[in-house]
Structures are given as structure tokens and as C-alpha cells.
Design a protein around this ligand. Sequence first.
Ligand SMILES: [Zn+2]
Length: 264
Amino acid sequence: MKDFIIRKNSGLTYLTIPSFTKQGVVHGFSTRLVEGCQVSSYALDTGSDGKEEFKAIKNRRLFVGALNLEGDFWALKQVHGRRVFSVGEKVYSKGEEQMEGDGLVTNQGGVILTMYSADCAIIFLFDPVQRAAALGHAGWRGTLKGIGPELVKAMTSSYGCRPENIMAGISPAIGACCYEIGEEVIEKLYQVMKEPEMFIKLGRSGKYMLDLKLLNAKLLKEAGIQEEKVAVSSHCTFCNPDLFFSYRRDGGFAGRMMSLICLP
Ligand SMILES: [Zn+2]
């Protein structure tokens, strides 16, 4: 399967999707690395979560700048749901995150969409034909509520996109190597998916592990996106503390990585 690649600019390290770059779509998934800065809990933490609000906003602006963009950007109060907003104008969130939702779509050049995560997957979508882009936040709850298919639906209904033209990327997230799940998740998985066993692996500890990225890839495929157009990051956020924050690993004080997409 196609993977993300690691890039560096302006002292920051981030991941990108080669097929998106080829199309001129500005995008990226941040890591915690800042050149010349020790990897500490505060290295490029872009999540406010009630702590160090000022630092989070400054770090968000740093990442926007590292992608050679500037100015206002969209951010939502992410709530593990499936609500998607179609946005058509430049609005600065001030990091205040007022609107609740987990998906953003646009067809306007220069409009910057952002999402934040610390184990959840972020879905990147781009349609080179209708020139539309989307970002979605997909933890297990949002994934099983259908955030991926909702993003595709928003692109088709708002901008006339056809699913078969859409390219997709699924970001670094907690992998099946580390994502232990309990009854609640398994029950929901069996309610929603036709072949739930595909996404559950038996871990060394005898616990069940969820393959969140594979689950999202499958749901995008069911929404009509062609398998060969989906890039899936091989990085596990839990396994790579030098690169990523992880909610499961770091607990309630985990920082957040930032995802961004912007049409030229
Ligand atoms: Zn792992």
C-alpha cells in the first residue's frame, strides 16, 4: 500500500502524501520535532486542551508557516462525531474552536483546513477533477459513526465530486500493534461492519487489538474511493515517541499533532 513520506522545512518535520504533492495540494501531518529543540512534551504541541493555549496557537502558526502558507485557518471543536462543514471563505479560528464537528471540506483555493490528533486517524481527501479537498478526524467512535463516508458525501453533494476521482490519505495513528480495545468497541464494530474480524487482531497479551487505519481504508472503499488511490501511513503514533504524541501512551497530558490541507 502507498505510504506517507517524511519531509522537513523551516526546522519542522512532517509527513506528506506523494500523490497529493504531485497535484500541487499543500498539506501535511506534523510531528513533535522542532530543530534545535529537545523532544519534550512541549515540542510542537498544537493542541490546547485547556493547557498552554498561547503556545498551541503559536505552534499552529509555525506549522502553517513551515508549509509556506500564512494567515487564517479553520479548526473545529472535535467531538468524535461525523458532522462535516463545507467552508468557502477565509476565517481565522484564533484557536478557539467554537463549532463542533469532525470534518471540513472546501473547493476554495487558499482556504486552510486543519485537524488535531494524538492517536486518532486523520483522513485527507482531494479531488483533482472538481478541485475540492477535505480533512476528517477519525478515532474509533467517529470512524464507526461514518466520518469517512460523510466527508465523501459532502464532497459529492457540495461540489459535484465523483468518489472514483477522489484521492485519499490516512494519517499516522495508533496501530494494530498497540491499540487494545474492549467490549464496547468490539460490540459497535460487529453492529456496523460486515466482516468485523478483518479489523481485529489478537495481541501478545491475549487482548484484542483494532486496526483503525485499515477500518478507515475499508470504509472509504465502500464509499466509492478506489483502493489504489488510498495512501495509508505505516507509522504507529504509540510506537514512535520520538515523532508523535500518543494519548494512550502519554495519558491526559498528551500533546496533539496538526493536520492541514489547502488547495492552491
Ligand atoms: Zn504500535
